[in-house]
Write a protein that binds this ligand. Structure first.
Ligand code: ATP
Ligand code: MG
Ligand code: MG
Length: 354
């Protein structure tokens, strides 16, 4: 039987493997630093848990395989410059931007984008790393080592941050999960809630935006679109051609979770609309130790990634899904001994749950 290889062996690869297990599918996450010769067979399938990778012995073997799904798309979305160009080409709303070139100046940035401009490294940024604020009031200049390597974006005064996760099959059929409301603190995702009735009227807008992108790229698998909600309009913040942290709630809250959907799509298996079970919420574990007392909390599900704990590092997440909103509020209370900024994240969850 053919195997599905995953470029990358982090938590996303592990959760893809976990989701494929009940289907009897052999999913093999690959550590990109391994120098083993991989026993790739010609009818195997290759996918990735990350959009960008260095050239290593392992990534060279995997990217030489003829069944590497979306291979051409990854570099186009991994570079923020070409990602933004795709969004513009399809006339989808996004934060106004320009490429930071050798001759770009902060003055031009302030003239064209306003007095607060966010520079983002073209490649490799995540969890808000790779960002640099230009502020006219502070006379910030563009450092030389950002020239040619970044884009500059207008600061968006958004109402809130939402995302949508969709899946597209080889035949072009598409399904979407309901919009997810996300809280980022210092550029890093802390908590998510989905579904929310108050976002339902934006669902069609989100699906048509992400659907247009997936179709244009002839994309197969799960893709996530992070947006800023500005009134009734969604502006695309960024795209992730992979399973996404803001879709982790689907492990508890949907009949088919995002990981299984991605595997189904790349393996060419049938897709179906996921049944959304109840109210879900997710809390990321960032720079905190595992606490197995969490298991005593009714309705709480723990995913621990077995990574070394470091400040600001994502090391796990907690999911809960229930039709009993009081139970969700009581779970939030049970977590109140977590360190700052969890007071903010838990308060946000408590306030934004219906
Ligand atoms: P991720 O871990 O989601 O991949 P990232 O490092 O790729 O993060 P972005 O998603 O581009 O970075 O930005 C991180 C966060 O910074 C956003 O979720 C948002 O809170 C804030 N942010 C990004 N762009 C802007 C903007 N143009 N204006 C205001 N805030 C922004
Ligand atoms: Mg990103
Ligand atoms: Mg992001």
């Amino acid at each position: 039987m053919s195997s599905i290889w995953v470029l990358g062996a982090g938590q996303l690869g592990a959760m893809l493997k976990q989701a494929a297990n009940p289907l009897g599918l052999d999913v093999r996450p690959v550590d990109i630093e391994t120098d083993e010769t991989l026993p790739l067979k010609v009818d195997d399938i290759v996918t990735a848990e990350r959009e960008d990778w260095p050239e290593t012995a392992a990534t060279k073997q995997l990217s030489a395989h003829p069944n590497f799904v979306n291979l051409e798309t990854f570099p186009q979305l991994a570079d923020r410059l070409t990602q933004k160009q795709w969004i513009d080409k399809l006339e989808l709303a996004t934060a106004p931007w320009f490429p930071v070139e050798d001759d770009s100046t902060a003055e031009k940035a302030y003239q064209t984008l306003g007095d607060r401009v966010l520079m983002k490294r073209r490649r490799g940024g995540y969890d808000g790393k790779g960002q640099y604020w230009l502020k006219q009031s502070e006379g910030t200049e563009i450092p030389d080592d950002w020239k040619g390597l970044a884009i500059a974006e207008q600061a968006i005064n958004f109402d809130e941050e939402v995302s949508v996760v969709g899946v597209r099959g080889k035949n072009g059929e598409k399904y979407f999960y309901p919009l997810t409301l996300n809280l980022h603190i210092n550029g890093i995702l802390y908590a998510s809630i989905s579904p929310l009735q108050r976002l339902e009227h934006l669902q069609g807008q989100a699906e048509s935006m992400l659907g247009k992108l997936m179709d244009a790229l002839d994309y197969v698998g799960v893709m996530a679109m992070e947006c800023f909600r500005c009134g009734e309009e969604l502006l695309i913040n960024e795209l992730a051609p992979r399973v996404h942290n803001s879709g982790h709630w689907t492990q508890a809250g949907a009949s088919v979770n995002q990981f299984e959907n991605h595997i189904r799509a790349v393996a060419g298996l049938p897709l179906a609309p996921a049944e959304v079970k109840n109210q879900s919420m997710m809390v990321n574990l960032i720079g905190v130790d595992v606490d197995y007392d969490w298991l005593a909390i009714k309705g709480l599900e723990l995913y621990w990634y077995r990574k070394d704990v470091r400040p600001g590092r994502k090391v796990g997440h907690l999911n809960a899904c229930s039709g009993d909103l009081e139970q969700l509020q009581s779970i939030i209370k049970s977590l109140s001994n977590m360190p700052a900024p969890y007071d903010e994240a838990l308060g946000w969850l408590s306030k934004n749950l219906p």
